[in-house]
Design a binder for this molecule. Structure first.
Ligand code: CA
Length: 238
């Protein structure tokens, strides 16, 4: 359920890879980096998935059964709905010459196996930024708070707020889902990430800091504590 809630801001990547072990490794690493991941094991399935799920980016293996990566890429470019969909071609070292052909066919970039996840993620983010997929919205607001995602400035009623990185992400998440109550575990998953082990009470510490930063001396408390349930960004703070 949380995946769906947070999904709006997490880019969806379609991993097209016929080697199951590599696909699993990619899914694990990309999810850890905040992406949502879907998989397709051959070229035909890739085209079906793209039409159904409308991913933000496709990671496309060159050597695939049924339909080659090259052909999949051609078809992506041929269809008006996917003409601008970012595609990164994944090749083996021996296929480097082919990769250059792949770029001619319309892939935006290519990466050679074996590659490290950081290099891949950096290229993915660059492409997504160019495609305008990240961030989806440049400002978020609620009540008298406005957050500018491109400059990282947060203002409340004309007063600039100074937030630590964790408080910023917490507030960003709350601003995306105002008035909704989230448990500590949900906040941990959404703000810290599923694979990082943090004690639930750490959330309380950061909520306290967030409260202190956004609520001045006399301003309305916008962080609502819901006993036994969690926290929400709300004007009805109790
Ligand atoms: Ca392959």
């Amino acid at each position: 359920m949380l995946d769906m809630i947070a999904g709006a801001t997490r880019p969806l990547v379609l991993v097209v890879e016929d080697e199951a072990a590599l696909a699993t490794m990619l899914r694990y690493n990309l999810e850890k980096q905040g992406f949502r991941v879907e998989e397709a094991a051959d070229g035909q399935e890739a085209l079906t998935r793209i039409a159904e799920s409308q991913p933000d980016l496709v990671l496309l293996d060159w050597m695939l059964p049924a339909l080659s990566g090259l052909e999949v890429c051609r078809q992506i470019r041929r269809r008006p709905a996917t003409r601008d969909l970012p595609v990164i071609m994944v090749t083996a070292r021996t296929e480097d010459q082919d990769a250059v052909r792949g770029l001619n066919t319309g892939a935006d970039d290519y990466i050679t196996k074996p590659f490290n996840t950081e290099a891949l993620v950096a290229r993915m983010r660059a492409l997504l930024r160019r495609a305008g997929a990240v961030p989806a919205k440049s400002t978020l607001s609620f009540h008298d708070i406005t957050m500018d995602l491109s400059t990282h400035r947060v203002v409340r009623g004309g007063r600039a707020l100074h937030l630590g990185p964790t408080e910023f992400r917490l507030l960003e998440f709350f601003l995306q889902h105002p008035r909704r109550v989230f448990s500590r575990e949900e906040l941990l998953d959404a703000v810290w990430g599923k694979d990082i082990h943090v004690e639930p009470r750490t959330v309380d510490v950061h909520i306290r800091r967030l409260r202190k930063a956004i609520n001045g001396e006399v301003e309305l408390d916008l962080v609502r504590t819901v006993r036994a349930a969690g926290y929400a960004l709300d004007t009805e703070a109790v």
